[in-house]
Design a protein around this ligand. Structure first.
Ligand code: NAD
Length: 480
């Protein structure tokens, strides 16, 4: 592929930083290079977004006109779904079947959802005394910086872009180093569909250089982020050190998946639990990475899980027979293996996996891994791996299950398997997470928000609630 450039002011431009090499996790081949935006380039991107916002070329368009363009973008993403999915898979290694649905499929749905919503959200007339008219406007915030991770770039990118654009803002998008290609193409699609120049600028590059310049920028009004807690901390500090820009964080998780002995179909639970952790090689923020299983069924359930895990076909993510693709990078693979070693040194037992596989391909693949006997204070219980590694812990009572589930600093997602409706509702109430799945794991669509509590973050993507991040409430008090 030709070297990639920055997308600024509606055209491709060189970056001033040292370019990055893009390596495919499928086979280690070099795909291309990415431009690296320097802080001067970031200044140019922000200035361009500010100009676009201030002159109203998008922010003051009639909502119906904005809707038309966002709908067109959704249609184009759908029309180019296969090409976009392949581009993304070569870059980040996600299995194609999943990528097609989760990436262009969900990005198109997201653009359509917010396009349809944008002329249905209105301000308010306040219940004031009769001699006063009180109005509450929902005004666009201005310039939004969106910093996104590598696991589902198009889907997560669209979760930020579509509601921000729907509300009339300008956006500077910073993709991850190892998953920029499909988002660069999306920027071009947006321009081809009529999004005015400067309303969306894409700055690729290193987090510590390009991302940090955006985070510290004095003219960014709101920063929306999905990624690791460590980076989230940097962003909050950057906001405090610069202009106090609003900062919404969607961070990691160590999500408990709780299986009670009274679950109706334990084999189905095992099958779904296996996919709940192993799909996309465990590189899913809501991955059910911490299995809590009632002791009376522990051994049987772990056997079933092992059968499902070992049956998963790991391989070239562009081969339609592969159910699990590649780990995103050699650095991520090495980190996954270190987590497994530490789990063993802390008394865990490997039931299956635990090693790199398919080395001959030159790619980065890891066998689905199950570790039992993981105690509450073990690192594998407490820390996110973001790889295909499942930690298993037995419990004896509902009370203990809830305590164990809530015993980490995270609070993103949870699963509960039970045939007892009252127990399911007790768990929904007691689990300190943003999402609870009951008798399934990992399902959701645009109608429900996704966000965490605790150190899993403070913002929500998806649903109408996501629009709130991109508006300022402005009151008018009019004496009559
Ligand atoms: P990361 O934090 O390393 O990187 C995310 C983005 O931040 C990238 O674009 C990166 O370049 C940028 N970045 C890195 N350092 C920066 C800095 N100092 N200043 C500004 N920007 C910087 O995360 P990742 O490895 O790309 O993604 C994996 C993490 O994302 C996992 O923890 C995962 O759980 C989380 N995640 C969360 C959700 C959610 O919705 N809660 C969804 C997907 C992924």
């Amino acid at each position: 592929m030709a070297p990639q450039k920055l997308f600024l002011e509606g055209s491709w431009q060189e970056g001033q930083g040292t370019p990055l090499t893009v390596t495919s996790p499928i086979d280690g081949s070099v795909l291309t290079t990415l431009a690296a935006a320097s802080s001067d380039d970031v200044d140019r991107a922000v200035a361009s977004a500010r100009r676009a916002f201030a002159d109203g070329r998008w922010s003051r368009l009639a909502p119906a006109a904005r809707k038309k363009i966002l709908m067109r973008i959704a249609d184009r993403i759908e029309a180019e779904a296969v090409e976009l999915a392949v581009l993304g898979v070569r870059d980040n290694g996600t299995e194609f079947n999943m990528a097609l649905k989760a990436e262009p499929g969900s990005a198109a749905g997201t653009f359509r959802y917010y396009a349809e919503a944008l002329d249905k959200v209105a301000g308010e007339v306040a219940p004031t005394p009769p001699d006063v008219l009180g109005l509450v406007h929902r005004a666009p915030v201005g310039v939004v910086a969106a910093i996104v991770p590598w696991n589902f770039p198009l889907m997560i990118g669209a979760w930020k872009l579509a509601p921000a654009l729907a509300m009339g803002n300008s956006v500077i998008l910073k993709p991850a180093e190892s998953a920029s290609l499909s988002l660069l193409r999306l920027a071009e699609i947006c321009a081809e569909c009529g999004l005015p120049d400067g309303v969306l600028n894409v700055v690729t590059g290193r987090g510590t250089e390009t991302g940090a310049a955006l985070a510290h920028h004095m003219d960014v009004d709101v920063m929306v982020f999905t990624g690791s807690g460590a980076t989230g901390r940097h962003l909050l500090a950057a906001s405090a050190q610069s202009n106090l820009k609003r900062c919404y964080l969607e961070l990691g998780g160590k999500s408990p998946n709780i299986v009670f002995a009274d679950a109706k179909d334990l084999d189905q639970a095992a099958k779904v639990a296996a996919m709940g952790i192993f799909r996309n090689s465990g590189q899913v923020c809501v991955a059910g990475s911490r299995l809590l299983v009632e002791r009376s069924i522990h051994d049987h359930f772990v056997d079933q899980l092992k059968t499902h895990a070992e049956a998963l076909r790991v391989g070239d993510p562009l081969d339609l027979n592969s159910q699990i693709g590649a780990v995103n990078s050699s650095a991520q693979l090495a980190a996954n293996l270190r987590h497994v070693d530490q789990a063993l040194s802390e008394g865990g037992n490997i039931v299956c996996g635990g090693q790199q596989i398919l080395q001959k391909t030159g790619g980065t693949y890891m066998a689905p891994t199950i570790v039992t006997g993981v105690t509450r204070d073990a690192a594998l219980f407490q820390n996110e791996v973001f790889g295909p590694v499942l930690s298993v812990t037995a419990f004896d009572s509902e009370e203990e299950a809830i305590q164990l589930a809530n015993a980490t600093s995270y609070g993103l997602a949870a699963g509960v398997w039970t045939a007892d409706l009252s127990r399911a509702h007790r768990c929904i109430a007691e689990l300190r997470t943003g999402v609870v799945h009951v008798n399934t794991y990992g399902g959701a669509d645009m109608t429900v928000p996704l966000g965490g509590v605790g150190q899993s973050g403070n913002g929500h993507d998806k649903s109408l609630y996501a629009l709130d991040k991109f508006v300022d409430l402005k009151s008018a008090w009019i004496q009559l």
